[in-house]
Design a protein. Sequence first.
Length: 227
Amino acid sequence: MPTVLITGANRGLGLEFAKQYAADGWSVIATCRNPIGVGELAQIEGNIAVYGLEILDPASLTRFAADLGDKPIDVLINNAGVYGPKPVKAADVTVADWTPVFQTNAMAPLLVSRTLLKNVKASERKMIVNISSIMGSIEKGAGPSEYIYRSSKAALNMAMACYAEEIAETGVAAVMFHPGWVQTDMGGPNAALTPAESITHLRASIEKLTFTDSGKFFNYDGTPLPW
């Protein structure tokens, strides 16, 4: 039975990832900041374990890694993310607003990935998946607003592209995906895709990945995206 680990699994895309992987017979490790009162996540049937994890807290990461021990993780999905204030133009940007978004979206996935690398390496599939955004693409997502979110996702892409090169000798791949414009709290009710549609496409694309895809940026349907 393959194992998937999903950060930010209590709502939105993370919750849908957990639902679909559990329904498909995977062993699911779902993390969120507070595992008490997680609502729908607690109602998912299947082989699922829910853990509290603060992805920016080194002590929390260390405890979590100790709890997992040597358990192999076939697919690690760095899904947890925040948007921050919007709309934002240059005059609106503050350090206080920018910092937590940058930390959560760009820094935390690397911290989680390096902490759990041994678990991913011990698996059969050896895949780290990072939920990015087309808004982090300079070619496709440029525009005169949303400095905070866009810069954080561009930084995520760069950080994980670097990490993909660093860990190449381990056989672990790291890739980035744009999930589409999805009807979540972040995407809003007028978005083009439901969470179920987005994750169905993403799971199919993840299933087709090989090590040669490491360090690349894809759309949810598996087509390459420009940096």
